[in-house]
Design a protein around this ligand. Sequence first.
Ligand code: SAH
Ligand code: SF4
Length: 346
Amino acid sequence: MDREEIARLLASLSAADVPPFRASQVYQAIYRQRVESPDRILTLPRELRAKLAAEVPFGLPAAVQQFTSNDGTQRYLLGLEDGKSVETVLMPEGERYTFCISSQVGCPVNCRFCLTALLGLERNLTAGEIVGQVLYVAARNGLSADISKLNVVLMGQGEPLLNLPNVLKATAILTDEEGAGLSVRRLTLSTSGIVPKIEELARAAVRPKLAISLNASTEEQRRELMPITRKYHLKDLLEACRAYPLRSWEHLTFEYVLLKDVNDSDADARRVVRLLANLHCKVNLIALNPGPEIPYGTPAAERVDSFQSIVKRSMPCFVRKPRGRDIFAACGQLKRMESELVAISS
Ligand code: SAH
Ligand code: SF4
């Protein structure tokens, strides 16, 4: 809930008028102080606390299962109110932390190299469930959401632009100084390229940084790998990127999953450079994280190096280090296993 919704809720719970500052007190207690129950909001009158506790579901999603990788990455399977579950990943790196959060349960976009696609779409997450992932992982690890070393990426399960209202509402709460207090520069949304929604995102008052999963160097190749390209053509996607209003401190990020002998040649790299010419951007290469039922291979390190060195001549280009492959926490691997489902239902 945002502040206005909390104000309406408080009004509906009380016979007498509730002064407006009460909504701010509750808002700050939830998102900033992260109290776990209304009983702890000591600034509120006792009756209001009791009413909130009795009548309003309150609290964070809880991990049904937790997996720890030998590189320190944690994958949490979070249980939701309706019995569904979703995944959130914490990646510590020295002093820095990256949270990779989900926007939907499953994903309706059927990219051929991604395990999440096999789940299909189960449902959109609510704004509360999106914010809840950040608050839960922060609380669980004793981290304050406003520390400058925290990055949040909407790169878990789901296509965030197909759940844009909830993603934007969560963004506003996460980046509100009275809320979680995360800098908007530290929040990134990654999309498979839902062109009209990129235009809508551009108009949002508060919006995360934008990353685009490019993953191919030609229209035909992208249509094969990401069938959504039949609906939203690569040409139009790049057009929307050119029209996207970047803030002074911002650049676009293009992600490119390298698939062995499919899109990883030097010629592909040169085509990527041409496609992205005149865009203020950087490229993140990801060597495929393998998985059962994924019909592609991971290129050798030398192939990745050669691709990177070509792109790097024209724009910043990095290779994303795989994190948590051993616990299926890496990009494209977020699909809970059958054994995990059994664990939830039993
Ligand atoms: N749905 C959004 C965000 C989640 S996917 C999107 O597609 O952008 C996060 C990133 O993981 C995307 O860039 C996607 O291309 C990449 N990815 C998907 N499957 C992968 C795999 N098997 N190995 C490596 N990266 C993968
Ligand atoms: Fe969905 Fe992204 Fe996976 Fe494509 S890569 S299926 S858009 S989660």
